[in-house]
Ligand binder design. Structure first.
Ligand code: S3P
Length: 175
């Protein structure tokens, strides 16, 4: 079992559709570790879905729950940690990420739309999903790159292939 004892072995960041959860699961399996997903943790803690939180309380309320959950996870989770796509836009979260092994899962609109299909489960992409995703990624790309220890290109690759590359990066061995 590979664990970071008091910290995650890897923190996965990237936009919706970059595969953070599926790659995170594949990586966790490979490392015999757990996957902790901050979106899932917020939903479990509140007993509500993320779209419901957005609709009923607004995005700022979600961001506050997310910020607290990320802060908890960065000191509490010991396996693979997947952050919601917008978590890194919070300056306090970026400070907390310093010193962690952060992997930016890079993806273009073609693969992202194939992966997520732009259904209603992502409130930020509910209106004009493709154009919104492109605009969001333009704004976020420098932030993802800025927090990343490693950038991994996910285009046209399976979660297992991507997970193997990340595992190689983590151990310093061949991908
Ligand atoms: C968001 C991404 C979602 C979720 C929320 C907001 C974002 O997570 O946290 O809907 O701002 O990009 P995924 O990246 O897992 O879709």
């Amino acid at each position: 079992m590979v664990t970071g004892s008091t910290r995650p072995v890897a923190v996965l960041v990237g936009p919706p559709g970059s595969g953070k959860t599926t790659v995170g699961l594949a990586l966790a399996r490979l490392l015999h570790a757990d996957l902790h997903d901050t979106d899932a943790a917020v939903e479990a803690a509140t007993g509500r879905t993320i779209p419901d939180i957005f609709i009923e309380d607004g995005e700022p309320a979600f961001r506050e729950l997310e910020r607290a959950e990320v802060a908890r996870s960065l000191t509490g989770a010991t396996g693979v940690l997947a952050l919601g796509g917008g978590a890194v836009m919070d300056p306090a979260t970026r400070v907390l990420l310093v010193g962690h092994t952060v992997v930016f899962l890079d993806v273009g609109i073609a693969d992202a739309s194939r992966r997520i299909g732009f259904d209603r489960s992502r409130p930020l992409l509910a209106v004009n999903p493709r154009a919104t995703w492109v605009a969001l990624m333009k704004k976020r790309r420098p932030v993802y790159e800025g927090v990343a220890t490693y950038r991994v290109d996910t285009a046209g690759r399976t979660p297992d292939e991507i997970a193997r590359e990340i595992a190689g990066l983590l151990t310093g061995g061949p991908a």
